[in-house]
Design a protein around this ligand. Structure first.
Ligand code: BT5
Length: 254
């Protein structure tokens, strides 16, 4: 068994029995915290997804955590951190014998259903990042009963896949170990190629017909690639090719 083996990620951990949202709490305390502080909760009463959506976080069943980061990088490059997190979760799942797919920019899927979502939030002024909060929600030991009716065909858990209870502590440690390696490469050398390759090789989108939803606009196209900047390269059906920085993607027919 392998536990935490990091220099600074997760070396300071706040553990909550119950909380509204680890991301919300992390934003409240981030200024006074060192880089790498992790907040983890047994349960979130108001877990958040992107765009004000909800993240269901039943008690004792998942890993609901946020990592406080203070990278000295251009705020424009922060979206890459989500991909580092996704690659870390993917590797941790491989470690458990599970081959997951990464749905750019922030979802991990098992058998086409979401097992993990990432919510990265940033505070920056001028060209300086104050802090980045990367929230990771992993459905570890949820049973079918824990998944609301309207999510039954969209969400799954590691336990549902493996048919056995998973050691959350060990999985948490592995995710943090893997993340730190990618993160150090990013902040010290601006290298993200390893993580991006994992996102490409295990992409749920590349080669598929997709819908790109940006505000009111919905366009059909095909995902071609994830580039070095971590952007999704899409060829729209009108023929134009665009690099997409962030956005809502749905796979057609799903
Ligand atoms: C995400 O948003 O996938 C980001 C989720 C981030 C959650 C973590 S948990 C720790 C930290 N603290 C927080 O408050 N949040 C972070 P998005 O791509 O917008 O997906 C949200 C959608 O996923 C919802 O609208 C549902 O359709 C679906 N969903 C909600 N809960 C889910 C769950 N537990 N598993 C799978 N799908 C879920």
């Amino acid at each position: 068994k392998k536990y935490l083996d990091t220099d600074f990620i997760g070396r300071n951990i706040y553990y909550f029995d119950s909380i509204n949202s680890t991301n919300k709490k992390a934003k409240e305390i981030a200024f006074g915290e060192k880089e790498g502080t992790v907040l983890v909760a047994e349960e979130q009463a108001n877990g958040k997804g992107r765009l004000g959506r909800q993240w269901i976080s039943p008690k004792g069943k998942g890993i609901w955590m946020s990592i406080v980061l203070k990278p000295k990088v251009d705020p424009m490059t922060v979206a890459k951190i989500t991909l580092l997190g996704a690659a870390a979760v993917h590797k941790a799942l491989i470690n458990m014998g599970i081959k997951s797919e990464i749905k750019w920019p922030n979802d991990i899927l098992i058998d086409g259903k979401k097992v993990c979502g990432i919510l990265t939030e940033m505070s920056a002024e001028l060209n300086m990042i104050n802090y980045v909060i990367m929230g990771i929600g992993i459905n570890v030991n949820l049973d079918e009963d824990d998944i609301p009716e309207d999510l039954k065909d969209k969400a799954t858990s590691i336990k549902i896949k493996k048919g056995e209870i998973i050691d959350r502590k060990q999985l948490l440690a592995t995710v943090l170990n893997e993340f730190e390696k990618f993160y150090i490469d990013f902040i010290n050398n601006n290298i993200v190629s390893k993580a991006i390759n994992i996102c490409k090789e295990n992409s749920a989108l590349i080669g598929k017909e997709i819908k790109v939803i940006r505000g009111e606009e919905i366009r059909l196209g095909r995902a071609l690639d994830i580039n070095e900047e971590g952007e999704l390269v899409v060829e729209f059906k009108e023929g134009d090719i665009e690099n997409i920085y962030s956005g809502e993607i749905s796979i057609r027919g799903m």
